[in-house]
Design a protein around this ligand. Structure first.
Ligand SMILES: Cc1cc2nc3c(=O)[nH]c(=O)nc-3n(C[C@H](O)[C@H](O)[C@H](O)COP(=O)(O)O)c2cc1C
Length: 317
């Protein structure tokens, strides 16, 4: 996720286990293959968890040489972003804009296929403005020789409005000869299990749910293995964000940089709270790391009764 799932964040979440695959945020491929600085920043593996590096662009030959570069730098999977809904991406003809042109999807992926032998995938939405288009898009992806696809079943024109339509994941899975990863609105372990059951998908990709509850992967894997799921207590949650703050401190040039990055993560965490506003205000107005962490300590302690109920809850399994 752009601006969020940097290597530090990925590492923090991965420490709890339950993850089979980590994905980078997108790397934009415009007029050149990415610089060494970008590669060093993004293509960073966590322990031995396979890493999928996502690239976004529409120039077949540049995408192919960039894919090769990613593999040379350690990527296990190269993924093409065909889902980014922003105006900027669409204006540039990349991300979700590619869904309007299935021959372009095919050209880009097949050029990449010729260059790399690692797993190759595409992350799509449910068409640009018409859900029916997903089947043509699926055909282009399969014909290109890609190994699997991930789908966030909202159209580009939906942005994040409404609910993602899991029936599209199920329909793609039914028609697809390659594995389909489902994505969209998985906020609890129970949602992840429900997505598996309702769509028969081969894997579940979790975005915002993992930012709100970094234990969601562990909890899902424990439930699926028939084990009791871990419910983090307020101290676990505090320690998680303390660890993240320390990691950002080593990485960012300034205290304000660390402060802003950690605050951003805490805003996602606040989605766990029935009334996020007071939490957001107290964290948001903190002027220093010390003040923010003190505020976090008090807020979590005050809300400890919510752990497992709304905070990092499992949902109705
Ligand atoms: C802040 C943010 C950044 C995102 N960046 C990316 C990205 O770089 N690549 C991508 O494929 N999807 C990106 N997405 C979309 C998510 O991967 C995912 O498809 C979407 O949020 C729906 O899944 P969720 O309900 O689990 O969050 C981003 C989403 C958010 C909220």
């Amino acid at each position: 996720m752009e601006g969020v799932t940097n290597p530090l964040m990925r590492n923090q979440i991965a420490q709890h286990g339950g993850l089979d695959l980590l994905c980078t945020e997108f790397i934009r491929i415009s007029s050149n293959t990415p610089s060494l600085r970008v590669l060093k920043k993004q293509v960073v593996k966590t322990d031995d968890i396979p890493l999928s590096v996502q690239i976004m662009g529409n120039d077949a030959s540049l995408m192919a040489s960039s894919a090769k570069l990613m593999v040379d730098c350690g990527a296990d999977i190269v993924d093409v972003n065909m889902g980014c809904p922003t105006k900027r991406a669409v204006k540039g003809g990349v991300g979700s804009a590619m869904l309007k042109d299935t021959s372009l999807c095919y050209q880009v992926l097949s050029a990449m296929r010729e260059q790399v032998s690692c797993a190759l995938s595409a992350k799509i939405r449910a068409g640009f403005d018409n859900k029916e288009d997903v089947f043509e898009i699926l055909k282009a992806i399969v014909d290109s020789g890609a190994d699997f696809l991930a789908v966030h079943p909202r159209r580009r024109i939906d942005h994040y409005k409404g609910q993602s339509d899991w029936r599209i994941i199920a329909a793609l899975k039914e028609k697809s000869p390659i594995p389909v990863i489902g994505n969209g609105d998985v906020l609890t372990a129970a949602d992840a299990i429900r997505m598996f059951k309702e769509t028969n998908c081969d894997g579940v990709m979790i975005g915002r749910g993992a930012l709100a509850n970094p234990w969601i992967f562990l909890q899902t894997s424990q439930i699926m293995a028939g084990q009791e799921a871990f419910i983090p207590q307020w101290q676990d949650i505090y320690n998680f964000y303390k660890g993240m703050c320390d990691a950002f401190t080593d990485f960012c040039d300034s205290e304000s940089g660390t402060l802003n990055k950690t605050k951003e993560m805490l805003m996602y965490f606040s989605l766990n709270l029935p009334e996020p506003a007071p939490f957001r205000q107290a964290i948001g107005r903190s002027q220093s790391l010390k003040e923010m962490m003190n505020n976090l300590h008090s807020l979590l302690k005050e809300n400890q009764a919510l752990c497992g109920k709304t905070i990092c809850a499992l949902g109705e399994v």
